[in-house]
Design a protein around this ligand. Structure first.
Ligand SMILES: Cc1cc2nc3c(=O)[nH]c(=O)nc-3n(C[C@H](O)[C@H](O)[C@H](O)COP(=O)(O)OP(=O)(O)OC[C@H]3O[C@@H](n4cnc5c(N)ncnc54)[C@H](O)[C@@H]3O)c2cc1C
Length: 811
């Protein structure tokens, strides 16, 4: 066995084989795969192996398209052809209008990636799948590219090509330990000897946490038992002149595809069980769990009613095997949080369909540091301190029970909640708060007008529209108070702190004590990596000058890794996370100054504490750091309070607000107001696929600065024509929001994608933010946005339709 390699991939299922193959495609041939048994001996060998194109965001659609393209190429390889039934087509059924709307939206999302889905009615579903009953159906989504593949042949084909390109694969070679050396390289221990490598990749499938333990980390991955059966021959299939399409049924929680002249039918029963939580037998290899069809009787009846032919045919084979889940159902593909030179490709629950694409994106991340798509939706750092295996198991059960019921906009399912709370959560709940969950944090979405108020989930404006309108009105004309839980906050200190930040940020770093500035961090390709509020907190008798770095709640691990891994050996910089110790209250609206003045001694006039200032203050007895910054476009103060004093600071502000009509408000109102200001949201509008110029952030870039991360690459981009530009759109309809991912079109051509959209309650019209082709410069061009299957007319308007001169926060 080799003693040295650039990369060691651990695990020879579809994830590991795809990662290995794609590393060679990115030009790294000095790569090794270690497999404890035989290739595909984990979950992969017994997979139902359906390959679909469906995704709920553009990255998922794009990576699945890559799988399909790659599998077609492999199937057609004359040297080693493999069995891939491509293009049987597939239907996702629906029996509610809200589901149909969802399919219309996902068709719009896919169109932007060059994939055409069709939304079809019940009759057409029956026509395309002759074995189904259309009883109580409304229709479905047709995916023309669906098919299935032979999993073992797929992995062998990937392994074969990887080997040809220089990769080496060692079977019967379990990794027993991992040691990281001072230079961040790894020693991979196996019974056959050690390999030293630059980078390790955990592709250990349901054993990924055995490998993770060797690195002292835990992946939020848990397995569920999952069953399908294969029937005997069905005459109607045997005699049909085409293969049966795939079927996914959210009504009765089953799927099916053709297998020989019968059907393979898989179930997502309510009475489902996690697997392997107490450890996995080392001998469980090439193995299955015991059959247990009794467990799926709850869904069998529905499947039989939908496909009556099932009732008349025998069962040939039953398969019950472990399938991995994460907290949100998407896998973990990318850098392992808190580690250097360590990546994972784990938690794949549709690894055959997606594996080709995940391996492709992972290889790009390893070799180039970034992939062709923004990979946040699969980034392992999107989960932070709450991400235990126990929580994952609870979410896995919930996800499994709802396998084909996609999340609606603003749907936050209950399992495992509350995860992360602040001392105020219970108080806000008692005030009637409806919570969403962001990076595990309970965050107030809006305040319910009555205790029994519930939101009708769907893709159109609903009863929450009016509630948000009232919250916005209160903030706009008076004063509102909101808690922003989990806001990410690092204290950056040390003699080199400012110079370090100056190097990380592409624009002018605000260094003056008492001042706050917004900064953008680029990656090594000159694209947008992160957004931060930098606050220079003046010294007091208790504390010296301090720098606070603030960013989105979800960014905690992502930004910590990016910053801490960039500190040079000769720099004296310390980064400490305060995220879990402090919470932000936002006081916003023209009367916010009066409320603040009532509870502190300080002078809050615009002269004494102008826009973009920061200082410490006491909210009665509660210590606080106050910043005059605004995401709403109104006069506003961010009041950062240690959690020990959060309850008292909140109570004091709330009481002081009573004479001014203070109203509590939530994230939905903030989102509407920030879209009216064309303010961007990290990982909605700020993506690694765009540079700051394309994003309209020219004023935050200072190319003349001596150096900053991504400078050279940004300069080269600036010398070429931009590909896209970010615009604000006025949308000509009042019954539905422009949801992220919707396609922007001119005639039949897709020319862009919506990244954010909300009704603008202060401006009184529907708004979206999105990227369009940079060639579109004419403001009068007739655009449309494909919203739920309707081409809704849209116009590009000047950014910040509300208070374009930004006068309100400054007075
Ligand atoms: C019943 C069932 C039906 C399914 N149907 C579909 C479907 O229709 N479509 C679809 O896309 N997906 C489907 N899936 C899911 C899909 O099969 C998985 O997502 C995929 O196989 C996971 O691949 P993997 O490489 O991540 O894991 P695995 O296939 O489990 O591979 C992990 C490998 O790592 C090795 N390993 C572990 N620890 C070590 C170590 N210490 N040293 C060396 N090697 C190690 C293991 O031996 C194993 O070979 C199904 C799953 C099940 C259970």
């Amino acid at each position: 066995m080799k003693k040295q390699s650039r990369v060691v991939v651990i695990g020879g299922g579809v994830a590991g084989c795809s990662a290995l193959y794609h590393l060679t495609q990115e030009g790294w041939s000095d790569v090794v795969l270690l497999e404890r048994d035989e290739l595909t001996s984990g979950t992969t060998w017994h997979s139902a192996a359906q390959v679909t194109n469906f995704g709920m965001n553009q990255t998922m659609v794009g990576l699945k398209s890559h799988s399909i393209q790659l599998y077609r190429e492999l199937a057609e390889d004359p040297d080693y052809p493999i069995n891939y039934h491509h293009g049987d087509g597939g239907i996702r059924l629906a029996n509610t209008e809200a589901q149909m709307d969802g399919y219309r939206h996902f068709a719009s999302v896919a169109r932007g990636m060059g994939v055409e889905f069709e939304v079809i009615d019940a009759e057409e579903c029956g026509r395309r799948h002759p074995l189904i009953s259309t009883e109580n159906l409304l229709g479905g989504l047709w995916d023309p590219h669906d098919g299935d593949i032979d999993p073992a042949q797929l992995c062998q084909a990937l392994a074969r090509r990887a080997r040809k390109a220089g990769a080496e694969i060692y079977r019967q070679t379990p990794v027993t330990n991992l040691r990281q050396l001072k230079d961040n390289s790894w020693i991979v221990e196996t019974p056959k000897g050690e390999i030293q490598c630059e980078i390790v990749v955990n592709a250990g499938g349901y054993r990924c946490n055995e490998v993770a333990a060797m690195m002292d980390v835990v992946h939020p991955v848990a397995s569920m038992e999952h069953q399908y059966f294969v029937t005997d021959e069905i005459p109607a299939i045997r005699d049909a002149d085409h293969r049966m399409p795939l079927l996914r049924c959210p009504i009765s929680d089953f799927y099916s595809r053709q297998e020989r002249a019968g059907l393979l039918v898989g179930f997502y029963e309510q009475d489902c069980i996690p697997w392997g939580l107490d450890g996995i037998d080392p001998n469980f290899t090439n193995a299955l769990c015991p059959n247990d069809l009794d467990r799926v009787v709850d869904v069998l009846d529905g499947a039989f009613a939908r496909m009556p032919a099932l009732a008349e045919v025998g069962i040939h084979t039953i398969v019950n095997g472990p399938i991995t889940y994460t907290i949100d159902g998407a896998p973990l593909v990318g850098p392992i949080p808190g580690k250097q030179n360590a990546f994972c490709i784990t938690g794949l629950r549709a690894g055959l369909g997606e594996g080709g694409g995940h391996g492709w994106l992972l290889a790009q991340l390893i070799v180039h540091g970034e992939a062709c798509y923004d990979t946040w939706c699969i980034d392992p750092r999107r989960f932070t301190g709450h991400a235990t295996v126990e929580l994952t198991a609870k979410k896995a059960v919930e996800d499994y029970q709802n396998e084909f019921r996609f999340h609606f906009p603003h749907e936050h399912r209950p399992a495992g909640r509350p995860m992360k709370t602040t001392p105020l959560t219970a108080t806000l709940a008692a005030e009637g708060a409806s919570f969403s969950e962001i990076n595990g944090w309970e965050r107030v979405d809006y305040i319910k007008p009555a205790p029994e108020f519930t939101e009708t989930l769907g893709f159109r404006f609903n009863e929450v529209h009016e509630v948000v309108a009232e919250e916005v009105q209160a903030v706009h004309t008076g004063v509102g108070l909101a808690e922003i839980s989990g806001f990410n906050r690092f204290e950056i200190s040390g003699p080199d702190a400012q110079n370090f930040l100056d190097r990380m940020i592409c624009g002018k770093l605000v260094r003056r004590s008492g001042k706050v500035g917004l900064g953008y961090l680029l990656n090594n390709q000159g694209m947008l990596k992160a957004e931060a509020t930098i606050a220079n907190i003046p010294s007091t008798t208790k504390e010296p000058d301090r720098i606070w770095y603030g960013s989105a709640a979800a960014a905690e691990y992502h930004d910590m890794d990016w910053l801490s891994q960039a500190v040079r050996a000769d720099e004296d910089v310390q980064i400490q996370s305060l995220t879990n110790d402090w919470t932000t209250l936002v006081l916003a609206g023209p009367k916010s100054r009066k409320v603040l003045a009532a509870v502190t001694d300080a002078d809050w006039t615009a002269e004494a504490f102008p826009w973009l200032s920061v200082r410490e203050a006491n909210i009665a007895d509660a210590p606080a750091v106050v910043m005059s910054v605004s995401f709403s476009g109104e006069l506003a103060y961010e009041i950062h309070v240690p959690n020990s004093h959060l309850q008292s600071a909140f109570a004091i502000l709330r009481e002081a607000g009573i004479p001014h009509g203070l109203r509590l408000f939530g994230a939905r109102a903030i989102d509407s107001m920030r879209v009216e200001k064309s303010y961007l949201h990290w990982k909605s509008d700020i993506l690694t696929e765009f540079d700051p110029i394309e994003c309209g952030l020219r004023r935050f870039v200072q190319v003349e600065k001596a150096d900053f991360v991504g400078k050279g690459e940004l300069e080269s981009r600036l010398s070429a024509d931009p590909k896209s530009r970010l615009v604000t759109l006025k949308i000509d309809c009042d019954d539905r929001p422009a949801l992220p991912g919707a396609s922007i079109v001119i005639g039949e051509n897709v020319v862009g994608t919506v990244t954010s959209g909300e009704w603008g309650h202060r401006v009184g019209f529907n708004l979206a933010i999105g990227f369009v082709d940079a060639s579109i410069t004419d403001l009068d061009v007739n655009l449309a946005v494909d919203l739920l299957g309707t081409r809704v007319p849209a116009k590009i308007i000047a950014a910040s339709p509300f208070d374009p001169k930004n006068i309100r926060p400054k007075n």
